[in-house]
Ligand binder design. Structure first.
Ligand code: ATP
Length: 380
């Protein structure tokens, strides 16, 4: 049972690159916290500092209340499982798993017992006599996990643990890892660039960008109330639609002009964004998820269908909207020059939609988000 805290943790590499900037983070006893963000945002460097493989430039790594910055990796009580499994090819699975205990000089019989115990938890008891090359990708992954867990670590660190697996195995293995983590009540910090994994596995999701934490919360909270445009588009599938809109006063009622369309804002929208009345005349980023759109003969948007994609029971429909697309990169908010965006609507797979046919659509105004085009932040 352990707790991990990071206080003001930063890393600047000798070439001047800030990989991690002033990160504060707590992983409570038994929790699984997932840090997600695009490639290069500093996830691995953060994890390596926790593991003691990288020296922080500033800040503290605290395990169970004690600062461990100067404590060696092997003495931190940490298990690290990373992208490459690096199993020893000439050893059996059992020997691979027991290797850390052999280094520790444990008695062979005790090692054998521990290997069998941990193999049972990871459901690989039947392959203990095989060599790594005789295993499936998922079994190799579990073997690596078993080897990481055999020393009863205080803390489990996972660096993109599923990145070598195909899509189906990723889901299965993700469930296995989350199951083991809960069963063993292991305080776990995992990093991934895959927001699906992050959403599905973590008790808490921490989104990083450019070395900093941009939002942290329960996955569903981050999904439903993203802090800014970057998070809104990073988390969730398909990515949130965000286009430029202008707030209008339409005869005393507030509306949004989106391209050549006017979307009246009803009470639900005004409850969601109470300050909208003060934004009249301003351009904002209007965000809505694919399932906040629906076909509606009386809807305010009259759009063309560009393409459709079948996804299990749903269909994602690409629609052509004459409004400028809004994104947020490291340099700030970008509003496209061209007033043309492809927005995505999800509909039931039975709903017939013809390509290039006009389609009337309404937005569930109780589920819109408005974003500040200067800062990218969500307007509340
Ligand atoms: P990925 O998902 O691609 O693994 P990441 O989010 O894990 O990326 P890091 O590997 O932590 O990102 O790298 C963060 C930044 O620090 C990147 O810009 C990277 O180029 C840089 N960086 C990483 N290691 C070093 C190093 N040893 N020297 C200089 N810069 C480095």
């Amino acid at each position: 049972m352990s707790k991990l805290e990071l206080r003001g943790l930063s890393k600047v590499f000798p070439d001047g690159r800030w990989a991690v900037r002033d990160v504060d983070l707590a992983v409570d006893d038994g929790a699984l916290v997932v840090v997600a963000g695009p490639s290069g945002c500093g996830k691995t460097t953060l994890l390596r500092m926790v593991a003691g493989l990288e020296e922080p430039t500033a800040g503290e790594v605290i395990i169970d209340g004690a600062v461990v910055n100067t404590i060696r990796t092997s003495e931190r009580g940490i298990a690290l499982a990373s992208q490459g499994y690096s199993l020893y090819p000439h050893m059996t699975v059992g020997e691979n798993i027991g290797f850390p205990l052999m280094i520790d000089g444990l008695h062979t019989r005790r090692i054998d017992e521990r290997v069998r115990e941990i193999a049972r938890v990871l459901q690989i008891s039947d392959v203990l006599d095989r060599r790594p090359r005789q295993l499936s990708g998922g079994q190799q992954q579990r073997t690596a996990m078993a080897r990481a867990l055999i020393r009863d670590p205080r803390l489990l660190l996972l660096d993109e643990p599923m990145s070598n697996l195909d899509a189906k195995l990723r889901t299965q293995t993700g469930l296995v890892i989350a199951g083991i983590q809960r069963r063993l009540d292991l305080t776990t910090l995992m990093v991934t660039h895959d927001q699906h994994e992050a959403m599905a596995m973590g008790d808490r999701l921490v989104v990083m960008r450019d070395g900093r934490i941009v939002q942290s919360g329960r996955p569903i909270e981050v999904h439903d109330a993203p802090a800014n445009i970057f998070v809104a588009q990073f988390v969730g599938t398909p990515s949130m639609n965000i286009v430029e809109a202008t707030v209008l006063d339409a005869d005393g009622a507030v509306a949004l002009r989106v391209g050549s369309h006017d979307v009246p804002l009803d009470l639900r929208a005004r409850e969601r964004v109470p300050s909208v009345g003060r934004l009249v005349g301003r351009a904002v980023g209007l965000g809505f998820r694919a399932d906040a759109l629906r076909q509606d003969d009386d809807g305010p948007l009259d759009l063309d269908v560009l393409s459709t994609t079948l996804v299990v029971h749903d269909q994602f429909v690409d629609l052509d909207l004459d409004a400028r697309r809004v994104t947020q990169g490291i340099d700030g908010v970008d509003v496209a020059d061209e007033p043309s965006s492809t927005i995505v609507m999800s509909v039931h797979h039975d709903d017939a939609l013809s390509l290039w046919e006009p389609c009337r659509v309404s937005i569930d105004t109780g589920r819109i988000h408005l974003f500040d085009l200067d800062t990218g932040d969500r307007i509340t």
